[in-house]
Design a protein around this ligand. Structure first.
Ligand SMILES: Nc1ncnc2c1ncn2[C@@H]1O[C@H](COP(=O)(O)OP(=O)(O)O)[C@@H](O)[C@H]1O
Length: 190
């Protein structure tokens, strides 16, 4: 069983690459952003709560996010492995994930980061905002706030996984296929 964390700044291409990797390695793809958006669309209580944070580009509180993620993992007991996309995003989430997996006799195999320059990514998100309908992609101020959240709360996770000897980074600039190749090279060598 392999459990991969796909790591990167907003707009780095995690969702795009996850679509390829989940097929290639037969993994269950769990995107916290997608799950929140699904709940917003269906106007669930969780969706209503998440929306108040997401619309501003703030992170949804850890307690809510961790619980949601754990129930998604529990809903897939037959899975051959998970591809975590957009989770963990804080040290508290990373610690909770480690403890949760450990309670099931499992662990994170590797964290693979897609690296790209902030300015390129902000432009990508603004471009995506024209068609995605995502409110958090349409306003440069919200996008900048997401980067601030990333720098303050998510970037420290690199050190957390490096200390565990589980951190790998690939260049996130290039064609989609090239980047899938780079990620696959890391995963194939685990
Ligand atoms: N692990 C998480 N913890 C807290 N909030 C999250 C998490 N994952 C997603 N979110 C919320 O959903 C928003 C969109 O996430 P996502 O779709 O992964 O987008 P992106 O990586 O492009 O910013 C985040 O800005 C945040 O508000």
């Amino acid at each position: 069983m392999i459990n991969i964390v796909l790591f990167g700044k907003p707009g780095a291409g995690k969702g795009t690459q996850a679509e390829f990797l989940k097929e290639k390695y037969n993994l269950t793809h769990l995107s916290t952003g997608d799950i929140f958006r699904f709940n917003i669309k269906n106007e669930t209580e969780l969706g209503k709560l998440a929306k108040t944070y997401m619309d501003k580009g703030d992170l949804v509180p850890d307690e809510v996010t961790i619980q949601m993620l754990q129930s998604e993992v529990d809903a897939n007991p037959q899975s051959a492995g998970f591809l975590f996309d957009g989770f963990p995003r804080t040290l508290a989430q990373a610690g909770a994930l480690d403890r949760f997996l450990e309670s099931k006799g499992q662990q994170i195999t590797a964290t693979v980061a897609l690296e790209a320059d902030d300015e390129i990514l902000v432009q990508r998100l603004l471009e995506r905002g024209k068609t995605s309908g995502r409110p958090d992609d349409q306003d440069e101020e919200k996008i900048r706030n997401r980067y601030q959240e990333y720098n303050e709360k998510t970037a420290p996770l690199m050190g957390y996984y490096k200390d565990q000897g589980k951190f790998y980074a690939v260049d996130g600039i290039g064609s989609i296929a090239e980047i899938t190749e780079r990620l696959s090279a890391v995963i194939d060598n685990l």
